[in-house]
Design a protein around this ligand. Structure first.
Ligand SMILES: Nc1nc2c(c(=O)[nH]1)N[C@H]1C(S)=C(S)[C@@H](COP(=O)(O)O)O[C@H]1N2
Ligand SMILES: [Mo]
Length: 366
């Protein structure tokens, strides 16, 4: 694909700011809605309430009959498949919590301008699809295969570079048994905004790896250098450091804000007495959650965990709070079974990535 540099679009280094939100950030927030925190109550996020992150435009695929998937490059037997052919392969359904790597960006100080997520770029769905491995084994990777590249049908400018949205995996990652080519979400065909007719699902990873509107898979003999692979999704504090590529999700928890909100400020009012705080916790790479703690005005208590609902799905947690009148700050934080615990304050990242700082909710009890 030709790549043109048009520096008037989306400069590679977006300014850092501590100021108010720019018109462009507000517009992005309207295009890419988040999951409503009160809907964390659902084990599986209802359709239409799962967050969205769309870099460019949703490509128009009127019907799956207009679409095919090409698998080529360094393979022994290149393939072109229709959706029906893919659906005829053995398939699996996995419950997967997906989170955007930029979730929490709005709370960083300073913050890079971009999609201004607070907490809500996370959702859980049941994805049905063909294991990618089945098709990669059918085409046969060549001995010199170094990277497997997944191209979406959506195209635009990012970081001043024109490209089709694309990400890569090493052959080892791509052959993992839980990587799916998914055609259904919660038992129904994918909605246009979630990647119709086919997308990649990489359980345990931040969302950027799960390429939507999958158009072609190309096996290459060198590390993929596309913009979404090497130009962004890298943890970096300084612009001049090589940084660390972003892969799996960090441990995180969220709570359903208790009581009733003020429409504008979202400040909460709670009636005194027994209040059941409820939320969700998850980590990456299939690592289980070990513990969730809740702080009430700085005093920590351990929450009770709901049963696990799958290796890659978030877990419910509950804490019974005897609320007496006053002003409170509630905080929740998760620790996974590797001992990774959420920090209390955001760590700075130049791209606004990987902020898993504990959520704080201000409430007034009357
Ligand atoms: N083709 C394509 N795939 C994509 C994206 C995109 O813009 N284009 N966004 C990625 C990012 S950053 C995230 S977080 C997830 C979001 O998936 P969802 O919108 O279905 O929740 O899709 C990923 N896959
Ligand atoms: Mo994302």
């Amino acid at each position: 694909m030709p790549r043109a540099h048009h520096p008037i679009f989306d400069p590679a280094e977006r300014e850092l700011t501590d100021g108010g939100f720019a018109r462009e950030e507000v517009r992005l927030a309207n295009r890419n809605p988040g999951t409503l925190l009160e809907t964390l109550r659902y084990d599986v996020t209802p359709p239409g309430l799962h967050y969205l992150l769309i870099h460019f435009d949703v490509p128009h695929v009127a019907s799956a009959a207009d679409w095919t998937l090409d698998i080529g490059g360094l393979v022994e037997r290149p393939l072109k498949l229709t959706l029906d052919e893919i659906k005829r392969c053995a398939h699996r359904t996995l419950r997967v919590t997906l989170e955007c790597a930029g979730n929490g960006r709005a709370a960083m100080s300073p913050r890079p301008r971009g999609q201004p997520w607070h907490h809500e770029a996370v959702g859980t769905a049941e994805w049905t699809g063909t294991p990618l491995r089945t098709l990669l084994e059918r085409v046969g990777l060549a001995a010199n295969a170094r990277d497997v590249v997944f191209y979406g049908r959506d195209r635009g400018f990012n970081g001043g570079i024109e490209h089709d949205y694309a990400r890569s995996l090493s052959p080892e990652q791509a052959l993992g048994e839980d990587v799916l080519l998914a055609w259904a979400m919660n038992g129904a065909p994918l909605l246009p905004q979630h990647g119709f007719p086919l997308r990649l699902i990489l359980p345990g990873w931040y969302g950027m790896a799960s390429v939507k509107w999958l158009d072609r898979i190309e096996v290459i003999d060198r590390p993929f250098d596309g913009y979404q692979q090497v130009g962004t999704y890298i943890y970096r504090e300084r612009a001049d450091e090589p940084g660390v590529p972003i892969t799996t999700m960090r441990a995180k928890s969220l709570m359903v804000p208790p009581g009733i909100p003020d429409m504008y400020s979202r400040q909460r009012l709670v009636e005194f007495g027994r209040v059941e705080l409820f939320g969700r916790a998850w980590s990456g790479a299939g690592v289980p959650i070990a513990k969730v703690e809740v702080a009430v005005n700085g005093r920590w208590h351990e929450a009770v965990l709901d049963p696990e609902a799958g290796r890659y799905a978030w877990r419910g947690w509950r804490f019974e709070w005897q609320a007496t009148p006053g002003e409170y700050e509630l905080i929740c934080r998760a620790t996974d079974s590797n001992g990774e615990r959420q920090p209390l304050e955001p760590r700075f990242d130049r791209g606004g990535f990987g902020n898993n700082a504990a959520q704080r909710v201000q409430v007034t009890v009357r």
